[in-house]
Design a protein around this ligand. Structure first.
Ligand SMILES: Cc1cc2nc3c(=O)[nH]c(=O)nc-3n(C[C@H](O)[C@H](O)[C@H](O)COP(=O)(O)OP(=O)(O)OC[C@H]3O[C@@H](n4cnc5c(N)ncnc54)[C@H](O)[C@@H]3O)c2cc1C
Length: 437
């Protein structure tokens, strides 16, 4: 029987699924929205992770550059090819590995009217940060400001405050004639960089960005409770979390405001100029708002970093802001035969996910890229092993219900998209001509 699996999204999850198919002698066709297939690794992981990103790119390339895998770049399912058409094109099964790219809206009424006027969301901010210094960058130009408030739901928000501080310090140090860039500043840490260059940090009056978090430092999933942890072990983990966070605050000159949620805003002359923050208390593990504790905090910039969810695709059933999975274990979509989800599309929490699985990886990353090559490499390898296992499990289910493929119809769809995009089937050559920047 001929089996061909369609995979939507070619990054970590999609490319792992393609590789698992190939290893089983099953053809896979990968539809990728971008010209390059690196997803959150390229546009979500901040660019100071130079070595890590290169290593991840190489892994994705090795997964996709195989004779059993057809890569179909610059093809967004739901835009260039409708989901309905994809399903009717004779594939044996469909895997959605298109990630989580839609920022959860900040729950302050009317605030979205101020996007670009004092409000930014995390996904476009990190994309801009990673690409805006590349020659030929043609995307939107974002305006940052000192003293920003970053409303964070978890770990990616720490990348966001770091990014804001590193940008401000790079600018200030360059203005003093120093050869500074965000990557070396991140690798050394801001105080160490300044000391090595004879700069007194106190002489540069930069207002640090502040991370606003509805829980406390000890609740941040920067270290994981061991399985069946005793009270003593839990207390130790909490101390470790606080230490990791303190180190990040000190190395990158950022502030932390725990136990606050935004409940309102201030607008002056058509721009967002502040957030009303309400105190919270943690009771029995739950966040409780404290009545009568509202206070206005003025700021020229608010960044919302409270999580990412999958983008809706017409024809894919949703349950609230997430896709509607009949069974999160198998990734099967409710009411759609032979359609499965994998990776961030399934978790729906994007790179903010505070899952135990990623805690070690994220903590290593946040402590600074200079640690690359050691523990960070090891935990990234572990993350991949988990990703591979998840792909294998999902495909086990998908292949058990897969139907005979209509190869002629599938090849016609591939040929149509290759003609539209100019891709000629040579993955390595395409990637040579579509380098970053
Ligand atoms: C080195 C490393 C570091 C990590 N750091 C963190 C971390 O700090 N915090 C954390 O929580 N997790 C982290 N992770 C985990 C990470 O978020 C996920 O494991 C992984 O990157 C998500 O991959 P994905 O393929 O599901 O999604 P994505 O990387 O988002 O890939 C989705 C792909 O689908 C494409 N796409 C989107 N829509 C469409 C469409 N309609 N049609 C076609 N294509 C589409 C996109 O262009 C993209 O290429 C890390 C993982 C690694 C390997």
């Amino acid at each position: 029987m001929s089996i061909v699996v369609a995979i939507v999204g070619g990054a970590v999850a999609g490319s792992e699924a393609a590789a698992v198919c190939a290893e089983r002698g099953v053809r896979a066709v990968v539809f990728e929205r971008g010209a390059r297939p690196y997803g959150k690794i390229e546009d979500g992981l901040p660019r100071w992770h130079v070595k890590l990103r290169d290593k991840e790119y190489a892994r994705v390339d090795a997964n996709l550059d195989r004779s059993e895998v057809r890569f179909v770049p610059s093809t967004a399912v739901g835009v260039d090819v409708s989901f309905e058409r994809l399903r009717a094109s004779g594939f044996s099964a469909v895997v959605l590995a298109n990630g989580a790219w839609r920022d959860r809206p900040l729950p302050v009424e009317g605030i979205d009217a101020f996007v670009g006027r004092g409000l930014l969301y995390q996904n476009p901010l990190v994309h801009w940060f990673n690409h805006h210094e590349e020659p030929g960058y043609a995307g939107p130009e974002l305006e940052l400001a000192e003293g920003a408030l970053v409303v964070g739901g978890g770990l990616a928000s720490i990348d966001v405050v770091k990014l804001l501080s590193l940008e401000a310090w790079t600018k200030a140090l360059r203005a003093r004639g120093l050869d500074a860039d965000v990557v070396s500043l991140e690798h050394r840490g801001i105080p160490a960089f300044c000391e090595a260059n004879g700069v007194d940090m106190a002489s540069i009056p930069i207002r640090p960005p502040t991370l606003v978090y509805r829980r406390d430092a000890e609740d941040m999933p920067l270290a994981d409770f061991p399985d069946g942890a005793t009270e003593e072990q839990r207390a130790k983990t909490r101390v470790a979390r606080r230490r990791i966070l303190d180190r990040v605050l000190e190395r990158y000159h950022v502030r932390f405001q725990p136990l606050r949620v935004p409940v309102g805003m201030e607008v002056v002359d058509g721009r967002l100029r502040g957030l009303v923050l309400r105190e919270t208390r943690i009771e029995g593990g739950r966040v409780r708002e404290v009545p009568g504790s509202d206070a206005l905090v003025e700021t020229p910039l608010v960044v919302s970093s409270i999580g990412s969810v999958p983008e809706p695709i017409e024809g894919v059933p949703c349950c609230g802001e997430l896709y509607d999975f009949a069974d999160p274990e198998t990734g099967a979509l409710r009411g759609l035969d032979r359609v499965f989800g994998l990776g961030n599309v399934l978790t729906g929490r994007g790179n903010i996910r505070d899952s135990r699985d990623n805690a070690k990886l994220v903590a290593e990353r946040l402590l600074g890229s200079d640690r690359e090559g050691g523990e960070l490499d090891r935990v990234a390898d572990e993350a991949h092993a988990r990703g591979r296992k998840a792909a294998e499990q999902m495909l086990e289910g998908a292949l058990s219900v897969a139907t005979e493929a209509d190869e002629a119809a599938i090849d016609a769809l591939i040929a149509e998209r290759w003609a539209a995009t100019g891709y000629d089937g040579d993955y390595a050559r395409w990637m040579q001509t579509h380098r970053a920047g």
